[in-house]
Design a protein around this ligand. Structure first.
Ligand SMILES: [Zn+2]
Length: 198
């Protein structure tokens, strides 16, 4: 029996010989497949790809982010891999989590989702330690990201970079990250991939 990797519903797979030896493994039911189909949105000069509307994935993200329910991260594996098979980037990066919160929770959930999906990403952004989320910061308008300097050459030699984050809201975080990269290589083509967009 095979189940949808997102809603876990039985896929009612008919195990004919054709299905058994087919490489087109069905990961999601028709409903989830449609909900997780790739969408493209233009955010200023950047291309944002996203999988689903925020409402569709919020419970799952919440479970991973706040309860460390790693099993739920598997739901995104096929959709993320499908995207990366069709779109090439010289370098894939992940958005950093607030290190204060990361210290409390002990993990960056975007990293966990990408680890489980076996995405060859680099975790090179450094967000300064913030003791307390002030109102100003909570609006996520002001960021002061920096980079792990060991990767400067990778950024100089790259032509295209993808930055992965969980939910796209204002785009402030992603824009701030892109600017850090553009300071090093202004010719870079930067795209974003988010699991959901509000
Ligand atoms: Zn489903």
């Amino acid at each position: 029996m095979m189940n949808c990797e997102f809603c876990y519903k039985d896929l009612n797979t008919n195990f004919s010989f054709i299905n058994l030896f087919s490489f087109n493994k069905e990961n999601y039911c028709e409903h989830c497949k449609e909900k997780l189909s790739l969408k493209v949105y233009k955010h200023k000069s950047y291309k944002l790809y996203y999988l689903a509307h925020y409402e569709f994935i919020k419970d799952k993200i919440y479970s991973i982010k706040y309860f460390g329910d790693i099993k739920k991260a598997e739901s995104f594996k096929a959709a993320l891999n499908n995207f990366l098979q069709k779109n090439h980037f010289d370098l894939v990066l992940i958005a950093p989590s607030n290190r204060t919160r990361e210290a409390i929770r002990g993990f960056n959930h975007v990293k966990i989702i990408c680890d489980i999906a076996e995405i060859p990403y680099k975790d090179i952004f450094i967000e300064p330690y913030r003791l307390k989320q002030s109102k100003l910061y909570s609006e996520r308008k002001y960021h002061n990201f920096s980079l792990n300097k060991d990767f400067t050459n990778n950024i100089i030699s790259a032509k295209s970079i993808l930055i992965i984050d969980d939910i796209f809201t204002s785009g402030n975080t992603l824009e701030s990250l892109a600017l850090v990269l553009l300071k090093i290589n202004k010719e870079l083509k930067i795209s974003f991939l988010c699991l959901g967009k509000s």
